[in-house]
Design a protein around this ligand. Structure first.
Ligand SMILES: C[S@@+](CC[C@H](N)C(=O)[O-])C[C@H]1O[C@@H](n2cnc3c(N)ncnc32)[C@H](O)[C@@H]1O
Length: 206
């Protein structure tokens, strides 16, 4: 099964609160986006947006320039149907962030909650980082949330890599400077906790 079919199957067969990463509001992400990107006209891309309500909440806060990207067409279509009812319009990109090439110099914020940690092969991570460097504006901020050092070793049966601030910085390379990081304990719908590490970074100016 291809990776996109794997994720499509999950979104076709499982309700919102039947997946471990579900939360009704991405409070940590919203706080970090507002702190790092106060300008409402700035452009934000949500990598591996799934069915999360991040864009709904960002729109309610006044952000207008929003893009969803996901490997699963099903996830994006379900989200677009929800947004249509709310009369919220966003841009969308279907694709695997570890193989497609996205446009240059387009985004002020790159947000990723729970995608980078699935990239277990070096070539996948290389391509992800190329896309990040390519599409983030020079003053932009990347907010990346992965499983933390005490987080799970897998999710939905897929292996994951756990990061702390130092190992994520090392993976992304010297072109990035860490602005901050924090640990968040995500309560899953199954009354268990998962440790996430949020790290926010900017591109080093030469
Ligand atoms: C664990 S879910 C997190 C969804 C959302 N970010 C959230 O926090 O609710 C991971 C999401 O990333 C998507 N995804 C997984 N691998 C991907 C890849 N290589 N490129 C783009 N999206 C990917 C999946 O389809 C899924 O929607």
């Amino acid at each position: 099964m291809n990776n996109n079919e794997f994720w499509d199957d999950i979104y076709k067969s499982k309700k919102n609160d039947a997946v471990s990463w579900y939360v009704d509001r991405l409070d940590v992400s919203l706080k970090l986006i507002q702190e790092n990107c106060p300008k409402k006209e700035n452009s934000i891309i949500d990598i591996g947006s799934g069915r999360s309500t991040l864009v709904d909440d960002l729109h309610a806060l006044g952000y207008q320039n929003l893009t969803l990207l996901d490997i699963s067409e099903e996830a994006i279509n379900q989200t677009l149907q929800r947004l249509e009812k709310l009369k919220i319009s966003v841009s969308k990109i279907f694709g695997d962030i570890s193989s497609i090439t996205i446009q240059e110099n387009l985004y002020d914020v790159w947000h990723d909650r729970a995608v980078f940690h699935f990239l277990t092969e070096i070539n996948q991570r290389k391509k992800y980082i190329q896309n990040l460097k390519r599409s983030l504006k020079k003053d932009g901020v990347a907010i990346i949330a992965t499983f933390g050092p005490n987080g799970p070793d897998s999710c939905s049966g897929l292996k994951t890599i756990k990061y702390n601030e130092q190992s994520l910085q090392a993976e992304l390379g010297d072109d990035f400077q860490v602005l901050g990081s924090m640990i968040d304990y995500h309560q899953t719908p199954f009354e268990t906790y998962q440790e996430f590490m949020y790290c926010w970074l900017k591109i080093n100016s030469v």
